[in-house]
Design a binder for this molecule. Structure first.
Ligand code: NAD
Length: 289
């Protein structure tokens, strides 16, 4: 069933992980998709997935930490695809570390992307929705970390808890314009960002996580995309200001720390891969003009 036929979705961070899965799912439901990412190569791969199911895709290389980039991107979405009905503020980064060590640069970059970036995305998208006078749906990606936190992850948690609160205010302000605003809190989802937590199939980290998670598996981008699709579609019309946790039951599971030697080795390997990915993207993140 094509529940989103004729709609245009604007998705940040759609060049990888949850954003890519969401672009693919919304396209399968009939939406054309504006794919915004720092990573143009990843964004082009997502665009191919969208066009493969017969929908139109438009790629914008932009930084959500820049108001100028977002204003231009949202306007381009309307020009190129004829509207902006669904906005998914999904782009995010994880900069963890202990309070004795976390640099102000990492703290600030994470605030700029995860908190300011969500604000700027919602502002630019909502301005277009109001201008077009069409009903809109805004979905912001928060995290299980908005309600659970711990050593090394508190800074990321602070940004995600902020998103959870912002949507409640925005739901009040934008409701009269026919726009709903909601947040999703994914648990551990198998994406490049969470590889150190999700591990790999058959590995020690994954096995430990699966045994702690009530539904017995790690989450996938398709899981979260299904929830975005619900919020963006006809069945989501009466939901606004909500925070929907989708974590397979992990929040209330007993804490577990897969600390045996092979899990530690695997974790170090994923951390090194994460550092490499970060080194590649940092110059783009620093470009805000
Ligand atoms: P990912 O790293 O696979 O994808 C994130 C995408 O965002 C990347 O393509 C990256 O290039 C892009 N991006 C990063 N900073 C950007 C910026 N400044 N401007 C434009 N694009 C930018 O990560 P993911 O796991 O798919 O994460 C998506 C969202 O879900 C994030 O907000 C993340 O915090 C959240 N989340 C993820 C998990 C998980 O377990 N994977 C859990 C909870 C919440």
């Amino acid at each position: 069933m094509s529940t989103l036929l004729g709609k245009v979705a604007f998705i940040t961070g759609a060049g990888s992980g949850i954003g890519r899965g969401t672009a693919e799912r919304l396209a399968r439901e009939g939406a054309d998709v504006c794919i915004l990412d720092l990573d143009e190569e990843g964004a082009e791969l997502t665009a191919n997935l969208v066009t493969q199911v017969g929908r139109r895709a438009h790629v914008v290389r932009a930084n959500v930490a820049s108001a100028a980039h977002l204003q231009k991107a949202a306007a381009e979405c309307v020009e190129q695809l004829g509207g902006l009905d669904i906005a998914v503020a999904n782009a995010g980064i994880a900069r963890g570390g202990p309070v004795l060590e976390l640099s102000q640069k990492d703290w600030q970059d994470q605030l700029d992307v995860n908190l300011t970036g969500v604000f700027l995305t919602v502002q630019a998208a909502a301005q277009q929705m109001v201008k077009l006078a069409r009903p809109g749906r805004i979905i912001c990606i928060s995290s299980l970390a908005a309600e659970n936190t711990g050593a090394g992850i508190w800074a990321y948690s602070a940004t995600k808890a902020g998103v959870r609160m912002m949507v409640r205010g925005w739901a009040q302000e934008l409701g009269p314009a026919g726009i709903t605003v909601n947040a999703i809190g994914p648990g551990v989802i198998e994406t490049p960002l969470a590889q150190g937590l999700a591990g790999e199939a058959g590995g020690a980290i994954r096995t430990g996580l699966e045994s702690r998670t009530p539904v017995g598996r790690v989450g996938t981008p398709a899981d979260i995309a299904g929830l975005v699709n619900f919020l963006a579609g006809p069945d989501g019309e009466f939901m606004s200001g909500a925070y929907l946790l989708m974590d397979g039951g992990l929040r209330d599971a007993s804490p577990g720390w897969e600390a045996d030697e092979s899990a530690m080795e695997e974790r170090m390997r994923h951390m090194a891969a994460g550092e490499e990915r970060r080194r590649k993207m940092q110059p783009f993140l620093d470009d805000r003009d």
